[in-house]
Unconditional design. Structure first.
Ligand SMILES: [Zn+2]
Length: 153
């Protein structure tokens, strides 16, 4: 006899197995509160861009390299380098939401943050340009190549 549990989203009783619920280690039974169907619907309902961005932030965790921020006409707005691209993306996102704080903290890329804030962070295209260990050096090549608007602002 198999146990069932009620999905907290659709309220249907389903077998308490991985077939019906995704894994979630911090829950007591090791399974998600939502059934797989509800999760699938939820994932589908999210805008594509958002999904892409979420994966981007995770994917570049601890990736060293050079990245670029591109605008709607594919113009390069900014290039940067970091030993953790994902963390840097998140920093930019955070500062662009609150440029006033960045200004107060004398952040050097204030003009960039003001722009990101006004333009809408999620309308921009963040790209990993190159994964490399000599990212500080490589960034200069990309600045020469793209002449980004906000690197010298
Ligand atoms: Zn459900």
């Amino acid at each position: 006899m198999s146990q069932t549990k009620k999905c907290s989203k659709c309220k249907e009783e389903k077998e308490t197995t991985l077939e019906y619920f995704g894994p979630h280690t911090s829950n007591k039974d090791g399974l998600h509160a939502w059934c797989r169907n509800c999760f699938r619907e939820y994932q589908k309902s999210k805008p594509k861009k958002e999904k892409y961005r979420e994966s981007l932030y995770r994917y570049y965790n601890r990736v060293k390299g050079v990245y670029g921020i591109f605008g709607i006409n594919d113009e390069c707005l900014y290039t940067g380098e970091s030993k953790s691209i994902n963390r840097r993306f998140n920093d930019h996102r955070c500062h662009s939401r609150n440029p006033a704080a960045a200004i107060r903290n004398n952040h050097c890329q204030v003009e960039l943050y003001k722009f990101l804030h006004n333009y809408g962070f999620d309308n921009l295209d963040f790209r990993l340009l190159e994964e490399c260990d000599d990212h500080k050096e490589k960034e200069k090549d990309y600045i020469n190549k793209y002449n980004p608007v906000y690197n010298n602002a």
